[in-house]
Design a binder for this molecule. Structure first.
Ligand code: ADP
Ligand code: ZN
Length: 429
């Protein structure tokens, strides 16, 4: 049940004391960096965790401004690896690791996977990108640390993925939710019966926003249990927060990060239970400690005890990423609202893209959805009905009337990495 029982079930008051000690050590370390030197010069030792609010926020822009070494606190000779973020929202940011950082990261990754039920007898296929993206190597070393036979397949080449799954009897898979849906087309194409021909048990899905409906769809398609995995390269990568078998939020490893939720507009701290932007302070990082890193991910902290016995608080499924927000004629919309609606209609296809365009000086939103014979077997009239249903359900969810357009299966662009769901074709205002 536990990978590191004494840490995972640590008494809360002891855990808080541990966090305070770690934060004070991280402050002292951070003062050695170009970026924090002045910002932290007036900060002494914190006496309580409430005083964390005295620390400055750190943003992605700060990391870009201090590129490449402005946040590094140690001599380069102690650095053994660098990673960078995917660059979903602009230039990527670079992150450095010492040996100790990598060992700690492998530990929380192993802890996360163990928590979801993976064991050393499992065969682990890692379909995340290897290289600068932290998703691949992060869980690779976590998988090895746990003792699983780890297959570093990396992303893409769906037929090969399935060949590996079948040949080596893969039981555990780390995969982007968007790729899991896409891969299922190849499962069908090759006539694979997931129950008879494969040995799959557990999927770790994360690195991009996805809805509960999408998780259920993935579970149904592969006959597995899918666990939500949260992480970000600025802090290290995957393994920061993970679901336990109760799947009622993701335990955020509080010996590794100190989480806060702030109001995304005023940046004032919000109490547990209230939704806002997740802010993380690192507790163990040796190469690049970060103070109050603003993740731009919207969630809430769940502080009620979890049935599994772990004392580390949980975060709710990420509802959105603030910089993903689209404003359509003044209405705020997040892509995940569209995804949720599409996933709730089984006849609709699984791959989709959102296009924003101008029409008569107004913003318009078009959702292109792939449709194929597997998901849709009706007549042209039924297709029109399905289109009307999608428009009406999306309108109800978004408060904006979208255009829904069906396109052929496999015709939407695909990426090896995270799915690009929104294409803004509007003339810049
Ligand atoms: P980038 O910011 O360039 O995408 P990363 O590759 O480090 O950089 O991705 C981290 C981000 O991915 C997180 O801040 C979050 O927005 C998203 N993410 C990661 N895991 C999840 C998850 N389980 N659910 C929703 N979003 C996630
Ligand atoms: Zn739990």
């Amino acid at each position: 049940m536990f990978w590191q029982k004494e840490i995972e079930t640590m008494e809360v008051s002891k855990l808080r004391k541990f966090q305070l000690d770690c934060i004070n050590k991280q402050i002292a370390l951070a003062k050695k960096s170009e970026h924090y030197k002045d910002k932290l010069s007036k900060i002494g030792e914190l006496k309580s965790l409430e005083e964390v609010t005295k620390l400055p926020f750190t943003t992605k822009q700060d990391l870009r401004d201090s590129f490449p070494y402005g946040c590094l606190v140690t001599d380069l000779k102690n650095v053994v690896r660098m990673h960078s973020s995917s660059g979903t929202t602009g230039n990527p940011t670079v992150v450095f690791h010492t040996k100790e950082d990598l060992a700690n990261w492998a530990n929380i990754s192993a802890r996360s996977m163990y928590c979801a039920g993976a064991r050393d007898t499992d065969i682990f296929q890692n379909t995340m990108g290897y290289g600068l993206f932290s998703g691949g190597l992060g869980f690779h070393y976590g998988g090895e640390r746990l003792g699983m036979m780890t297959i570093p397949v990396g992303p893409g080449n769906s037929k090969r993925q399935l060949w590996f799954m079948k040949t080596f009897k893969t039981t555990v898979v780390h995969i982007l939710p968007s790729y899991a849906l896409r891969l299922s087309n190849t499962v069908k194409e090759l006539g694979i019966d997931v129950k008879k021909d494969l040995y799959l048990k557990i999927f770790f899905i994360g690195a991009e926003p996805h809805s509960e409906a999408m998780r259920r769809k993935i579970e149904e398609l592969y006959g597995v249990k899918a666990y939500n995995s949260y992480g970000l390269s600025e802090i290290s990568g995957p393994g920061i927060a993970f679901e336990c078998p109760y799947q009622a939020g993701l335990h955020i490893w509080e010996d590794y990060v100190y989480p806060e939720i702030v109001d995304p507009k005023t940046f004032e701290p919000l109490p547990d239970g209230q939704e806002g932007e997740l802010v993380l302070t690192t507790l163990q990082r040796q190469a690049m400690p970060l103070m109050r890193y603003r993740t731009k991910d919207l969630t809430k902290i769940i502080s009620e005890p979890c049935k599994c016995g772990r004392t580390h608080r949980r975060i709710a499924r990420i509802t959105a990423r603030t910089d993903d927000m689209m404003i359509i004629n003044g209405v705020n919309i997040f892509p995940i609202q569209i995804e949720k609606t599409i996933m709730g209609i089984p006849e609709a296809g699984k791959n989709y893209v959102i296009e924003l365009f101008d029409h008569n000086c107004m913003d318009k939103l078009r959702v292109k959805i792939e449709i194929n014979n597997d998901t849709f077997k009706g007549t042209l009239k039924d297709l029109e009905k399905l289109q009307d249903r999608l428009v009406s359900e999306l309108k109800q969810e978004l408060d904006v009337t979208p255009v829904v357009q069906f396109v052929e299966a496999g015709s939407l662009p695909v990426t090896e990495g995270k799915a690009k769901r929104v294409i803004d074709l509007r003339a810049k205002k």
